[in-house]
Write a protein that binds this ligand. Structure first.
Ligand code: GTP
Ligand code: MG
Length: 204
């Protein structure tokens, strides 16, 4: 269970991110996929991360402190069409640098819209994560938006694509920020990642 979640800082400059002195877990995915909503659901703080019906709401690297112990990070979404090329390139650089250089990053939740058939942009992003050794987990979002049958079908199709790319399925969760679906399992997974990171640090 998460007992305390507070906003710490927003950055576009990696060098200004908090000192990497504790475990950190980031959330990323297409614009509007539900990253900020999922973070609010998991932490139980309704307006911790700002959400919007319009894609492109989160534009910076946002650090939150969880239980005075680890950092949770809300990242801007990728694949948002309505931004200038210049801005897009800047975001991509910022996000890819963050994901490949942040030394305390112990997990990255890549969010996938459970309403959709496999999208090339998500598969390409996950492929890139694989190449760069970014430690990712998949969370399907918005499962309340359609029938379970439809969700299961999309999840299965997506996992099949990942098997084609990686030869196996990554850890994954099916969630709904609206209904709280997946909360317990994801929160437990986060706790395990943090504990693992801390025990590795302690023995170094
Ligand atoms: P950006 O910051 O723009 O990249 O978007 P985001 O991925 O943070 O998405 P956000 O959490 O702002 O949610 C986008 C929209 O989807 C909002 O209108 C949310 O209310 C809605 N939404 C998010 N998660 C769910 C969910 O699980 N179920 C339903 N029904 N709606 C959701
Ligand atoms: Mg957001």
């Amino acid at each position: 269970m998460i007992r305390k979640a507070t906003f710490l800082v927003s950055n576009s400059d990696l060098t200004k991110c908090p000192k990497p002195d504790r475990a950190e877990i980031a959330f990323i995915g297409r614009s509007n996929v539900g990253k900020s909503s999922l973070i609010n659901m998991l932490t139980g703080v309704k307006e911790l991360a700002k959400t919007s019906q319009k894609p492109g709401k989160t534009q910076l690297i946002n650090h939150f402190t969880i239980d005075d112990r680890w950092y949770l990070v809300d990242l801007p979404g990728y694949g948002f069409a309505k931004v200038s090329k210049d801005k897009k390139v800047k975001w991509e650089k910022m996000i890819s640098e963050y994901l490949t250089t942040r030394t305390n990053l112990c997990g990255v939740f890549v969010l996938i819209d459970s309403r959709l058939e496999p999208q090339t942009i998500d598969l390409e992003f996950l492929n890139w994560c694989g190449e760069e050794d970014v430690p990712f987990v998949v969370a399907f979002t918005k499962a309340d938006k359609q029938s379970k049958t439809q969700t299961d079908r999309n999840v299965k199709a997506f996992l099949n694509k990942l098997v084609e790319i990686f030869g196996d399925t990554p850890d994954y969760f099916v969630t709904s920020a609206e209904k709280g679906q997946g909360k317990e399992a994801v929160v437990q997974y986060l706790a395990d990642l943090v504990a693992e990171f801390e025990s590795q640090r302690a023995t170094r």
